[in-house]
Write a protein that binds this ligand. Structure first.
Ligand SMILES: NC(=O)c1ccc[n+]([C@@H]2O[C@H](COP(=O)([O-])OP(=O)(O)OC[C@H]3O[C@@H](n4cnc5c(N)ncnc54)[C@H](OP(=O)(O)O)[C@@H]3O)[C@@H](O)[C@H]2O)c1
Length: 239
């Protein structure tokens, strides 16, 4: 259709188009699905309280947003830890609770058994991959024709994908509360000094990079093209 309408692959906007889609193209070149990491956390970066409760850290507006992101993904990945702690359905639902028209494949990652009574086993589109290697999970999903996978957590899974540089975008839902103790969103990434930080930048190319939804801040991030630290600003130099 584009060709018939006079579209060109190498027009003057090609560099901008490549920049706009650079993470998508990188995922396609690697032959793996594009990945979206979902994090819903407290001000002190925690995704669950000391007793394991995490429903709900964020409010209805943020949850509605994350269900819309789920409905765009073709697969949702969670670890056995989250399945056993929260018993989530991991379906995409509309604000009134009805299932969205499009449902992602629900994927559990880890060696432990998922009980037959777990909510995730109910309904079509569920697979349990007895794996710890994020790359192997993505390769399996690519083999199923999946182009976009969302990582719903918990901390161990999120950390494993980040450590393997297999996160293409993040939707971060930041709730205005402290938990003081409990599970951190991300565990040890093996970073010992600031220069080694895994850096992301705000991404406003598909909509606002930050917004308030009800009580929560919602941030959209992508990895910086290089892992090198940004140039220090004049403010930082003179501080
Ligand atoms: N706030 C939120 O948005 C949110 C979202 C999700 C979860 N949570 C909370 O997170 C907590 C669970 O966190 P979690 O870290 O225990 O759960 P998790 O990341 O869901 O699952 C961890 C388990 O997955 C398996 N696993 C698979 N691949 C792994 C890898 N590469 N590295 C390590 N383990 C791997 C291991 O179990 P096996 O022995 O079975 O292999 C591990 O114990 C719960 O309290 C839950 O409520 C919060």
């Amino acid at each position: 259709m584009l060709r018939r309408a006079g579209g060109r692959r190498h027009g003057p906007a090609a560099p901008r188009a490549r920049e706009l889609n650079h993470r998508w193209f990188a995922a396609r070149r690697a032959g793996r699905p594009f990945t979206t990491l979902h994090l819903a956390q407290s001000l002190d970066g925690r995704i669950a309280a000391a007793d394991g409760t995490s429903q709900w850290i964020t409010g209805a507006g943020a949850r509605e947003h994350s269900h819309a992101v789920r409905a765009r993904a073709e697969a949702i990945i969670a670890g056995t830890g989250t399945i056993l702690a929260d018993n989530p359905r991991l379906t995409a639902r509309t604000p009134d609770g009805t299932p969205a028209a499009r449902q992602p494949l629900r994927v559990v990652m880890g060696h432990r058994e998922v009980p037959a009574s777990a909510a995730i086993t109910d309904g079509p589109g569920y697979v349990h991959l007895r794996e710890h290697d994020p790359a192997a999970v993505l390769a399996d999903l690519a083999g199923r024709g999946i182009d976009h996978a969302m990582i719903e957590g918990g901390a161990s899974i999120a950390t494993a994908f980040l450590a393997a540089d297999l996160v293409d975008e993040i939707w971060l839902y930041q709730a205005p509360l402290f938990l003081g103790s409990g599970r951190h969103a991300i565990a040890d990434l093996g970073i010992t000094t600031l220069a080694e930080a895994t850096r992301f930048r705000y991404d406003d190319r598909g909509g606002p990079a930050h917004q308030l939804l009800g009580t929560d801040a919602v941030l959209h991030l992508e990895p910086t093209p290089t892992s090198r630290p940004e140039t220090v600003t004049e403010h930082e130099r003179t501080r």
